[in-house]
Design a protein around this ligand. Sequence first.
Ligand code: UDP
Ligand code: MG
Length: 141
Amino acid sequence: MGKYTFAMIKPDAVESGKWGLIINDIIAAGFTILGAKMKRMSLTEAKAFYAVHSERGFFCELVDFMSSGPSILLALEKTDAVQSWRDTIGATDPAEAKSGTIRAKYAENKGRNAVHGSDSDENAQKEIAFFFSEAELILNR
Ligand code: UDP
Ligand code: MG
């Protein structure tokens, strides 16, 4: 059970302006933000980030969406960060997400679902390193 996870506020929630409310929820849930940046991913970056899903039927739609506008990239710290963030965001499909979760409150549908969360400590480390250099993270404070 690690201390770090990687989160993204996806293009739908940046475009709609809901990202400020989501940042509030992140802080209210007790996460420390170690790194943050806004970035529009290229199609190539989106394909690399979601490579694990490349054989899935939704892959093209997913990478088109994720490169369609800016996302907010976040390195988060909290005890048991991966599970805690998954609990905070709720199920992939907002129709199935528990009430009060970020996806239940802000997601449009299963594809445009407002936020990303790492699914394991190993992937959290890889995903943070995909977007942040060590110098960009506030560590050891
Ligand atoms: N996705 C989709 N249709 C699906 C499943 C997933 O469009 O049937 C998208 C959705 O944006 C999701 C992302 O692909 O967040 C990654 O899927 P995953 O199963 O890893 O869900 P997550 O870990 O984000 O809950
Ligand atoms: Mg996933």
